[in-house]
Write a protein that binds this ligand. Sequence first.
Ligand SMILES: [Zn+2]
Length: 86
Amino acid sequence: MHYVACWTEDDGIYSCGHSHLVVRDAMNCLVPDGGGFIRAYDAGEFRSLTNREFIDFLEALPEMPWSWRNRTQGGEVTLPLTVNAE
Ligand SMILES: [Zn+2]
């Protein structure tokens, strides 16, 4: 059994084609904002994640470099509100 990262395009569903042994490994192949998701390849066919696997997914989410949590870090720029005041 292994995991793959999947995403949808106009003409269907694509997978990364790897054989990731754990959920968080497959998450590295997800495309940020690409509508990606993880599926398990189990007993010869793809299936959705179980609740336990989905918990792994959620736990690994903050560690992803593309995570929305990481993306907000250091991204706060204080704009000078008075720049056009004169
Ligand atoms: Zn992959």
